[in-house]
Design a protein around this ligand. Structure first.
Ligand SMILES: *[C@@H]1O[C@H](CO)[C@@H](O)[C@H](O)[C@H]1NC(C)=O
Ligand SMILES: *[C@@H]1O[C@H](CO)[C@@H](O)[C@H](O)[C@H]1NC(C)=O
Ligand SMILES: *[C@@H]1O[C@H](CO)[C@@H](O)[C@H](O)[C@H]1NC(C)=O
Ligand SMILES: *[C@@H]1O[C@H](CO)[C@@H](O)[C@H](O)[C@H]1NC(C)=O
Ligand SMILES: *[C@@H]1O[C@H](CO)[C@@H](O)[C@H](O)[C@H]1NC(C)=O
Ligand SMILES: *[C@@H]1O[C@H](CO)[C@@H](O)[C@H](O)[C@H]1NC(C)=O
Ligand SMILES: *[C@@H]1O[C@H](CO)[C@@H](O)[C@H](O)[C@H]1NC(C)=O
Ligand SMILES: *[C@@H]1O[C@H](CO)[C@@H](O)[C@H](O)[C@H]1NC(C)=O
Ligand SMILES: *[C@@H]1O[C@H](CO)[C@@H](O)[C@H](O)[C@H]1NC(C)=O
Ligand SMILES: *[C@@H]1O[C@H](CO)[C@@H](O)[C@H](O)[C@H]1NC(C)=O
Length: 456
């Protein structure tokens, strides 16, 4: 039996994708002054696997400004975000101009404003409709509705452009609706400890001196606990909300909290600030410089933490309560932790810990069962068609993405490894601060999509 570590999962985040709104044809011809990018709501079935008539309102954006009849539909499914990410802040909007497509996205059910039971959506009874099958069926229903409503879209092959795991799931499970996909930073393999190996390599590759000092700091911390050497004093030295006790459990929790900051610093190595994800630019360079400037090993840990948490308004670090305003879950404010934790516990394979089936803990599907049920075994992924798995050198989720061998056929799925790139950075709208490698990655994706569309 496997369960998934909530903390790591939440910290890794996923490709947060923008959500869009479909406009019925009647409204497309309406002479209103509303922008076609205005978010709207779509009536969606609560449970696609039953015949009950319960529905909820799912937020979406749909932009047909650049659409040429017969053109493709670029579809985004937003993920674990507290608010809908607008398509115009993503690469989708630029591609729409290049490809003459419909750019559209929906907000993930149970996130942001797409709450089936309003503020009571996350209770044990009400959250049961948050299943991978329902999430995928939302996308299928929505895309079919666009095809039915928008003249000229009936026969166009939609392409799932969705940053992460779900893109691959849509493509592997609903190939009839989703013609291809760009899965940016999408975990789809079950590798234990992979993300922190990636983080360790990012820091070591960046600066051997920095990496050595981080290691030295964490060893010094462990030593303090082992020898019971003024453990309570760590409250002041690190700016913690409460004084640690000398238990090994607290040593572990503290170490995990501190290590996660080095993970954020790698994952969110964006060229410009991205509020909700990172306010710090560029985090790895600031962390390297601050680390090298410190001689006290505990202060190496202290200053690097505050590079991340100070801009977020933390007054102390609450290592014991993840949900407090100074807790770890606020480290990436855009992640809506409650429903995302539920997802990582039920169907998202990020990090797993074995729990044998003779214990009192409830039974969850194993990683292997999920792989088989949703067709993402390594064999299925490597023989799949038209998925680009784009992965960034700085992103911890890269350790969980499939590394596919190159093929001459343009239809075969491929891994696009992007040097210097952070978590799903290719999905952002272009900006002047973009690195050359990220710009190149977006162009490779666009050229690949063009080839997919025109292949015959
Ligand atoms: C398509 O049109 C129907 C009927 O007007 C409407 O209920 C539905 O919301 C529309 N779908 C989209 C995606 O706009
Ligand atoms: C057009 O915009 C104005 C000002 O934003 C608003 O007051 C008005 O209601 C809008 N009209 C329509 C038809 O949406
Ligand atoms: C839903 O209704 C259809 C038609 O009546 C039936 O064939 C199907 O088995 C029903 N599905 C469920 C899950 O009850
Ligand atoms: C739901 O919660 C939000 C935030 O706490 C609050 O602003 C809103 O009024 C609540 N809605 C209802 C219907 O209670
Ligand atoms: C810890 O780091 C913060 C931010 O750099 C700094 O303000 C504080 O003085 C440091 N704590 C100690 C005890 O030096
Ligand atoms: C923790 O500290 C107490 C009091 O100083 C001591 O009795 C105990 O042995 C320490 N426990 C550990 C695990 O070091
Ligand atoms: C980091 O240090 C280098 C070398 O001293 C310096 O050139 C660079 O500007 C510093 N970077 C930041 C973000 O402070
Ligand atoms: C953690 O913080 C939240 C938010 O401040 C609070 O509601 C909750 O009671 C705290 N939990 C514990 C165990 O202190
Ligand atoms: C528990 O796991 C063992 C070993 O994988 C397996 O043989 C057994 O059938 C499982 N039992 C149940 C009740 O699932
Ligand atoms: C690629 O897929 C398209 C769409 O299914 C198909 O028309 C084309 O023949 C395929 N090309 C190759 C080389 O397999």
């Amino acid at each position: 039996m496997k369960i998934i570590g909530h903390v790591h999962a939440a910290l890794l985040g996923l490709g947060l994708s923008s959500s869009s709104n479909a406009i019925p044809t009647t409204e497309l011809t309406d002479n209103t002054n509303q922008s076609s990018l205005t978010p709207r709501f779509f009536t969606q079935k609560l449970d696609h696997s039953s015949n009950t008539s319960d529905v909820f309102q799912q937020q979406y954006q749909l932009d047909t400004t650049f659409f040429e009849p017969g053109g493709p539909i670029l579809f985004f499914l937003g993920e674990e975000a507290t608010e809908m990410i607008r398509i115009e802040t993503t690469i989708l909007y630029s591609w729409a101009q290049e490809l003459g497509d419909i750019a559209t996205a929906i907000e993930h059910r149970y996130f942001g404003k797409s709450l089936p039971f309003g503020n009571d959506s996350w209770t044990r009874d009400n959250i049961q409709y948050l299943t991978l099958d329902n999430v995928m069926a939302d996308g299928v229903e929505f895309v079919n509705s666009i095809k039915a409503n928008v003249t000229g879209a009936e026969h166009s092959p939609p392409k799932g452009s969705y940053g992460g795991f779900l893109t691959a799931m849509f493509r592997l499970n609903h190939p009839e609706t989703f013609f291809g996909g760009v899965a940016s930073a999408g975990p789809s393999t079950m590798i234990k400890c992979g993300p922190f190996r990636q983080v360790s390599n990012v820091h070591s590759d960046r600066s051997a001196e920095e990496a050595a000092k981080i290691k030295e700091g964490l060893l010094a911390l462990e030593q303090r606990f082992q020898t019971d050497d003024n453990v309570a004093g760590l409250q002041q030295e690190l700016g913690l909300c409460s004084a640690p006790t000398n238990s090994s459990a607290e040593c572990r929790v503290l170490t995990q909290f501190l290590a996660n900051t080095f993970s954020f610093g790698a994952e969110f190595n964006y060229a410009a600030a991205q509020p909700g994800r990172s306010l710090v630019t560029p985090p790895p360079e600031l962390i390297v410089n601050a680390t090298i400037a410190q001689s006290d090993p505990i202060q190496v840990l202290n200053v690097t933490q505050w590079i991340w948490y100070e801009p977020l308004g933390y007054t102390c670090l609450d290592i014991l309560n993840g949900t407090s305003k100074n807790g770890i879950q606020g480290g990436v404010p855009l992640i809506q932790s409650v429903p995302f934790s539920y997802i990582t516990c039920t169907y998202l394979p990020i990090e797993s810990t074995d729990i044998s089936n003779d214990t009192i803990f409830f039974t969850l599907p194993s990683g292997e069962e999920l792989e088989a049920k949703y067709h993402f075994t390594p064999e299925k992924v490597s023989s799949s068609e038209r998925i680009i798995f784009s992965v960034g050198q700085y992103d911890p989720t890269t350790s969980l993405a499939p590394m596919l061998l190159p093929s001459g056929s343009r239809n075969v799925s491929k891994t696009l490894y992007v040097s210097g790139m952070a978590h799903r950075e290719d999905l952002f709208a272009p900006s002047d601060s973009d690195s050359l490698t990220v710009t190149q990655a977006r162009d490779i994706e666009l050229q690949t999509i063009k080839k997919w569309i025109n292949a015959d």
